[in-house]
Ligand binder design. Structure first.
Ligand code: SF4
Ligand code: F3S
Length: 362
């Protein structure tokens, strides 16, 4: 299943070097237009939480013939999904490239991190605009982007113009395919959740408990309706701890990432935009509310639409980055689409001592 891959950044990518290639093309377009792209953080507001992008998006940078700037990867580039897996950037020089100095935060000299990638079900999907057959469409009810396999004739314009390279041509059917966001689960057709929206499979199976999937309401201006008790709205719009991947492409991707703390900031900024420093600060020393909401990741297969927090006692008092920091044993409660309680967790994990009788059992 290639729709859902994990890349070891900075070297890994599937197809190979997909992001470097499209970033280079965007650079060339700026040079040809005599422009320089930049972020104006002073213009941040509710609709542009990180400021405004002053530069060309992939649609603005394309020629008259195309809907968006793009390229078709070669067969070789599609050939090795796991290339550079677990390969870090190295130290230069002797000692077999191994540091004798040790490493410390905020940034490591040698680093890599995993970038989990599915289709971003973009708000302005380049794949939809690109298809001459109108075979790609975005669903009104949940924003999921799908390819109609009956209509598709394999023109590959969606493959060429999706900047994230998440529409994939399949030679055996001569059609393109992409992540379907597990739409039967999102619709609630899976018997486990009894008709209620359920998280996608890739979110639900994550043993690292780092994925959270949900739905938000859209307002009359096509933005996110204000809903601070929705966990996704809170994490993305209020706390701004999760950021979009390559926002400069302009498709408004709907997969958001909490950036890694140890990677060089310039690298992260070009990948996730100007919100990186603040997102890392907020994640490294989480507020009382953020710490409680983070417990909801992978706590249930049901989508959580609303959370509430019941305050608990002080559990830890310490310093983070030289500043005082407290942790409270609050309880977070997640509610499903019907408004019923779906999950309840405390910030301090309960410790359960196994009785001698079951010491060696699982
Ligand atoms: Fe389309 Fe690509 Fe956006 Fe997915 S990531 S919706 S395939 S443009
Ligand atoms: Fe359209 Fe892509 Fe098929 S461009 S025809 S959906 S291969």
């Amino acid at each position: 299943m290639w729709w859902n891959n994990v890349e070891s950044k900075p070297y890994g990518g599937y197809p190979k070097h997909w992001d470097i290639k499209i970033l280079e093309k965007l650079d060339e377009a700026h040079q040809a237009a005599g422009q320089k792209a930049s972020w104006d953080e002073s213009q941040a507001n509710e609709n542009s939480p990180y400021g405004t992008y002053d530069g060309l998006t992939i649609s603005e940078a394309s020629g008259i013939e195309e809907q968006a700037l793009g390229y078709l990867p070669t067969d070789q580039e599609w050939g090795a999904p796991n290339i550079y897996e677990d390969t870090s950037t190295g130290y230069k020089g002797g000692n077999l490239g191994i540091s004798t100095e040790g490493v410390s935060l905020p940034e490591h000299k040698a680093w890599f991190f995993y970038l989990q990638r599915i289709c971003n079900h973009c708000t302005y999907p380049a794949c939809v605009a690109a298809c001459p057959r109108k075979a790609v469409y975005k669903r009104q009810e949940d924003g999921i982007v799908l390819i109609d396999q009956e209509r598709c004739r394999g023109y590959k314009k969606c493959v060429e113009q999706c900047p994230y390279k998440k529409s994939m041509y399949r030679g055996t059917t001569r059609t393109s395919e992409k992540c379907v966001a597990c739409y039967p689960r999102v619709e609630g057709s899976d018997p486990i959740t009894e008709g209620l929206p359920m998280e996608t499979r890739c979110m639900a199976v994550c043993p690292g408990k780092i994925r959270l999937n949900g739905l938000v309401d859209i307002d009359e201006n096509n933005g996110w309706a204000e809903d601070p008790q929705n966990p996704l709205y809170y994490l993305i719009k209020e706390e701004k701890v999760a950021l979009p991947l390559y926002p400069q492409f302009g498709t408004e991707p709907n997969i958001y990432y909490i950036p890694p703390r140890w990677a060089p900031r310039p690298y992260l900024r070009q990948m996730f935009g100007p919100g990186v420093e603040k997102a890392i600060q907020r994640y490294a020393a989480p507020s009382r509310k953020l710490l409680a909401v983070l417990q909801l990741f992978r706590a249930t297969q049901k989508m959580i639409f609303r959370f509430e927090i019941e305050e608990g006692p002080l559990a830890v008092e310490t310093e983070v980055n030289g500043e005082p920091w407290q942790m409270y044993n609050d309880t977070v409660i997640g509610f499903d689409a019907n408004g019923d309680e779906a999950v309840r967790l405390s910030v301090v994990e309960p410790m359960i001592e196994r009785s001698k009788k079951y010491l060696n059992s699982i």
